[in-house]
Design a protein around this ligand. Structure first.
Ligand code: SF4
Length: 399
C-alpha cells in the first residue's frame, strides 16, 4: 500500500484514469506515451481538494492515536493556511464529499462490524491489464459488498459512474487485493462531484464485473500494450493528448463533412438535424486543431500558410493613482472618472463566502429566472419545452 503525494503520482501507461481511451482506442496509449502531462490550474486545484479530503477523512474515519491526530490536525491547518486554491468553495465541496464517504462507511459498518476504509489505496489490476494500476480515493470493504468512491472536483464536465471504466478498474483492483479476506458478491461505484451537487452511482454483481474484465478489458489492454488495434474516435478523445493532430479523428470528421445532400434546393428538416449534429462535433475538433497548431507555432514550428503575429492589445494607464490625481486637479469629480461599484456575481461571491453560507445569508434574495430556449441534441437530459412559439415569441435561439 503505497501512499504517494497526490501531485507526484506516476501515471501508468494503461492506468485506470485513461481506461475510457485505451479500451475504445487501444493504439492511443502508446501514441501519447512520451508526451508530458500538462499541468493546469484546474488540475492543481483538484489535487488540492484531494489532499485536503484525504487528511480530513484520515482524521475522522481511520483509527489514530493522539500523536497521529495532532499530526493530521496540523497538516489540515497548514493546508488551509498555505494552499492558494483553498477557500470557502473548496471547504464546502470537500465537506460535502466527506459527508457522503462518512455516510457510506457507516452503512458498511452497519452491514458488517469489521468493515474497513482504505484511503488513497494503490489498486493493482495487473491480472487483466499489463502494469495496470490506479489510486482509489476511497475503498470500503464489508462482507459481501465492495465500494469505490471517487471525488471529481471539476465542474466543467459532469462525470457519471454508470458504466465508468475507471471506477470498474478500481473495483477490480480492490477485489484482487482483498478477496482473500472478504467474500465479495457486489461492487458499488460512486462518483461525488460536489461542485455540481452530483452523486452518481452504479452497482455490478462481481461476476459481471469479472466478465467485463475478461471480455472487454483484457483484449483491449493487450492491444494497447502492443501499440496495436484500431484507432476509434469518440467522446473519449476529449482528454487525449494527441486530439489536435490525430489522423483517425481528422478522417472521421472529414467524413462527416463529406455529407451528401439530396435534391431539391432546400435542405429537409432531417438534413438540418444532421448538419447541426455534425457542426457541434466539428466545432470541438476545430478548436482542438487550432490549439495544437498554436502550441506548435509558439515553439517555433512553422505551419504552412499560417504565421504567428502580435495580437490586438488595449492601451493601459501605467500609474493609476497618478492619473487620478491629475484628473481630480483638472476638475473631474470621482463619479465621472471611476466605474460605478458593482456587486460580484453569485459564483464569485460563493467562492469568497461559501455556497451554503451565501444561500443562507441571501435567503429570498437569489432567484433563478427561466433560461432562454436552447436547441440541443435530443439525448440531452433536460425536459423538452412544449409551446416554445407561445412562451418565447421574439426570443433569439442559441444553437
Ligand atoms: S484522438 Fe481519439 S482517435 Fe485519436 S488517438 Fe486519441 S483517442 Fe484515439
Amino acid at each position: 500500500m503505497t501512499q504517494l503525494a497526490h501531485a507526484e503520482r506516476a501515471h501508468a501507461l494503461l492506468g485506470a484514469s485513461k481506461a475510457d481511451q485505451w479500451i475504445n482506442c487501444p493504439p492511443s496509449a502508446r501514441l501519447q506515451e512520451n508526451i508530458p502531462e500538462k499541468r493546469s490550474e484546474y488540475a492543481d486545484e483538484g489535487t488540492g481538494a484531494h489532499e485536503l479530503s484525504e487528511l480530513i477523512l484520515r482524521r475522522r474515519l481511520t483509527p489514530c492515536n493522539s500523536a497521529e491526530r495532532n499530526r493530521l490536525d496540523k497538516a489540515i491547518s497548514d493546508f488551509k493556511a498555505s494552499n492558494q486554491y483553498y477557500g470557502p468553495e473548496m471547504e464546502d465541496a470537500v465537506t460535502a464529499y466527506v459527508e457522503v464517504v462518512e455516510e457510506h462507511f457507516m452503512a458498511a459498518k452497519a452491514r458488517s462490524a469489521d468493515a474497513i476504509i482504505l484511503l488513497e489505496e494503490r489498486l493493482d489490476f495487473t491480472e487483466w491489464v499489463p502494469d495496470g494500476y490506479g489510486t482509489g480515493d476511497v475503498v470500503l470493504i464489508s462482507d459481501g459488498v465492495l465500494e469505490v468512491i471517487d471525488l471529481k472536483y471539476g465542474k466543467g464536465v459532469p462525470v457519471s459512474a454508470i458504466g465508468n471504466p475507471q471506477l470498474r478498474l478500481y473495483g477490480l483492483g480492490a477485489w484482487s487485493n482483498w478477496n482473500y479476506l472478504y467474500s465479495i458478491n457486489e461492487v458499488r461505484m460512486t462518483i461525488v462531484q460536489p461542485r455540481l451537487d452530483s452523486v452518481s452511482a452504479d452497482t455490478l454483481p462481481l461476476g459481471e464485473l469479472i466478465e467485463w474484465a475478461e471480455t472487454v478489458v483484457k483484449p483491449a489492454a493487450a492491444l494497447a500494450d502492443a501499440g496495436e488495434g484500431e484507432f476509434k474516435s469518440g467522446s473519449h478523445c476529449r482528454w487525449c493528448k494527441v486530439k489536435g493532430s490525430c489522423r483517425a479523428r481528422a478522417d472521421e470528421n472529414m467524413k462527416a463533412l463529406a455529407y451528401e445532400f439530396q435534391d431539391p434546393a432546400l435542405l429537409s428538416l432531417d438534413e438540418i438535424g444532421n448538419v447541426l449534429y455534425v457542426a457541434e462535433q466539428l466545432k470541438v475538433w476545430a478548436k482542438d486543431v487550432e490549439d495544437y497548431a498554436f502550441e506548435q507555432a509558439k515553439k517555433g514550428v512553422r505551419i504552412p500558410s499560417w504565421k504567428l503575429v502580435e495580437g490586438r492589445s488595449n492601451r493601459t494607464i501605467t500609474d493609476k493613482p497618478a492619473a487620478v490625481d491629475i484628473l481630480i486637479v483638472e476638475g473631474f469629480d470621482e463619479s465621472s472618472i471611476y466605474k460605478p461599484r458593482e456587486l460580484l456575481g453569485i459564483g464569485d461571491l460563493e467562492k469568497k463566502i461559501g455556497k451554503k453560507e451565501l444561500a443562507a445569508l441571501l435567503d429570498g434574495l437569489i432567484m433563478k429566472p427561466p433560461g432562454k430556449p436552447v436547441l440541443v441534441p435530443e439525448t440531452d437530459k433536460r425536459p423538452e419545452l412544449n409551446s416554445v412559439d407561445n412562451d418565447f415569441a421574439g426570443e433569439e435561439f442559441e444553437v
